[in-house]
Structures are given as structure tokens and as C-alpha cells.
Design a protein around this ligand. Structure first.
Ligand code: THG
Length: 283
């Protein structure tokens, strides 16, 4: 299935032909320097982060400014506008606050990805009209007011509800990107199996594009990059097509996964990546 998003006149197609990288680094969670920059209105710091992620290969940038110190309704559209003028990739507008989403959608030029809707009644009621009215695509989290289900069948049941409700709003299936809901393996060592099986079933039942916040899985564990990278390979094999990642850290592993899965003819993309890297090291 193809999900199309855009920035101005530039369209990006998300599909299982190759993995799409959504850059995670414009996000204050767990990052004091970013939280401080956002609280102080130091937006140069945010722009530098936007640029470096695109240079590292991000196809889309997630933009999240949610910290207790900021007014998201005011700041999210401001940051979206600035980032949009700095880079030429579509944005994934990340907020749990529907008013902030709406304010950001008003300034966005193109078709963005909204992050996110979930199965909670108040989320469906507030976010789906925005998806329809702004003609956006949306990330759907298979969770509800009871939180994140620990079992796959409840996640699938919630996914069914979301698909149903999107249909009522005439939001096509290709504009829904499901989230496998990656959780910390340090908290629950079975969380990986549940997420991978959720991804597999979502892919099988709906054929949709699937994201996941890959860095979530290694919170509080040592050797985070290796866990994130191996996890991504398994998730991609199961059906994930557009993970939210620290691109610079996981790109080589994801390109290897795409090669192994027959998504890189003559290994051209993989080889080009390594040539470029060697050239950069030589300089
Ligand atoms: N699903 C969807 N959206 C999401 C998530 C998801 N958005 C937010 C999050 N999860 C994905 N983004 C991040 C961003 C950063 C980190 C993890 C997930 C992270 N940061 C380091 C830390 O906290 O230790 C800090 C990194 C640094 O200092 O450079 O791990 O699941 N739809």
C-alpha cells in the first residue's frame, strides 16, 4: 500500500519498497538540551537538529515540542513553520493536544502525517475531523483509555475500531499508518514479541504502512544502538515500513535489512551509502 505525504510540491511515497526514515530528534522527551532550547525559544538549536537529521538521511521529520514549560498551541505551529522553511522533507506533526495539532496544520504547506490518533473516544472525535479537513495522513495507535494493551488481540480489536471510524470520515486506509507500539524491553522482556506480532497481524489484515518508535525499546538498557538496530530489522521483516528513529545511528542496519529483504536491487543503495561514508571519512 502507498501512503503519500508531501511538503509543498514534493511528494513522498511510503511503501514496502524501501524503508522510510522518520527522524525522532526534534523531541524534548529525555533530552534536557532540547527541552531547554524549546522553553527558552532557542529555535536555532531545533533547526540545527532538523538539518543534521536530513543530512543523515531522514525522509520525514517528527516534530514534537511537548514539555510542561511550553504552550504547545503557540509553539508547535511556530516550530513547524521554521523547520518547513529550513528543510525540504515532509513533517510528522507529533502532539497529544488536538488544539496544537490544528494550529500546526493551519500553517503546514502540503500533506503532513499527524502523530497521532488512538482508540480513545475523545481522540477519535477530535483528531479524525482534522485528518479529514486538512487532507492529512495519520498515525494510529492501537491503544485506548485503558492504556497500551499487553496482548495482541486487544490491540487488533482497537485497530479495527479505528479503521471503522476512519471509514466513517471517508479517510482511506492508505492514509492510516499504524503503530506497532514499541515498549521498553528493560521493563518487560516480552514486549518485543507482542509488538512484532502486532505488526505482523496489522500488515496481514490491512496491508497498511506501519511505524514504531524504535528507540523506545532500549530505554534503561546498555548498548542501545545494537538493540534498536536488531529490533528494527525484525520489525521491518514483520511489516514496519516507516519507523521513527535516530537516523544517523540506525541507517546502516536498516539499509542492510532492506538489502536482505530483497528491497535493494544489486545492493545499489547499500553500496552507495558505504561509498559516501568512506568518502566522508577520507576528507
Ligand atoms: N510512536 C509514535 N510517536 C512517537 C513514539 C512512538 N513519538 C515519540 C517517541 N515514541 C519516538 N521518539 C523518540 C525520541 C527520542 C527517544 C526515543 C523516542 C530517545 N531519546 C534519548 C533518551 O531519552 O535517552 C535521548 C537522545 C539524546 O539525548 O540524544 O530515546 O512510539 N507514533
Amino acid at each position: 500500500m502507498e501512503t503519500k505525504i508531501s511538503i509543498r510540491d514534493k511528494t513522498l511515497i511510503i511503501s514496502d519498497k524501501k524503508t522510510t526514515f522518520i527522524g525522532e530528534r526534534i523531541n524534548p522527551t529525555g533530552k534536557k538540551s532540547m527541552a531547554r532550547a524549546l522553553a527558552n525559544g532557542d529555535l536555532d538549536f531545533v533547526l540545527a537538529e532538523a538539518k543534521s537529521q536530513v543530512e543523515a538521511g531522514a525522509d520525514v521529520l517528527d516534530v514534537n515540542v511537548g514539555t510542561p514549560e511550553v504552550d504547545e498551541v503557540k509553539l508547535l505551529p511556530e516550530v513547524v513553520k521554521l523547520v518547513m522553511n529550513e528543510v525540504d522533507v515532509p513533517l510528522c506533526i507529533d502532539s497529544g493536544n488536538p488544539a496544537a495539532l490544528e494550529a500546526a496544520l493551519k500553517v503546514y504547506e502540503g500533506k503532513p502525517l499527524i502523530n497521532s490518533v488512538n482508540g480513545e473516544e475523545k481522540s477519535l472525535e477530535k483528531v479524525l475531523p482534522l485528518v479529514r479537513d486538512f487532507g492529512a495522513a495519520v498515525i494510529a495507535l492501537p491503544m485506548d483509555e485503558k492504556g497500551i494493551p499487553q496482548d495482541v488481540s486487544t490491540r487488533m480489536r482497537i485497530a479495527d475500531t479505528i479503521v471503522d471510524r476512519c471509514d466513517k470520515f471517508d479517510i482511506p486506509l492508505e492514509d492510516i499508518v499504524f503503530d506497532g507500539l514499541a515498549l521498553s524491553l528493560g521493563v518487560d522482556s516480552n514486549a518485543g514479541v507482542t509488538t512484532i506480532e502486532t505488526i505482523r497481524q496489522l500488515k496481514e489484515k490491512y496491508g497498511v504502512n506501519i511505524t514504531l518508535g524504535a528507540s523506545n525499546v532500549s530505554f534503561s538498557l546498555p548498548g542501545r544502538d545494537v538493540i534498536n538496530t536488531v529490533y528494527l530489522g525484525i520489525a521491518i521483516a514483520a511489516g514496519a515500513t516507516c519507523p521513527i528513529v535516530d537516523v544517523a545511528k540506525v541507517k546502516e542496519g536498516v539499509l542492510a535489512a532492506d538489502l536482505i529483504l530483497g528491497r535493494d536491487r544489486h545492493a545499489l543503495r547499500y553500496i552507495r551509502y558505504w561509498r559516501q561514508r568512506q568518502r566522508m571519512q577520507a576528507n
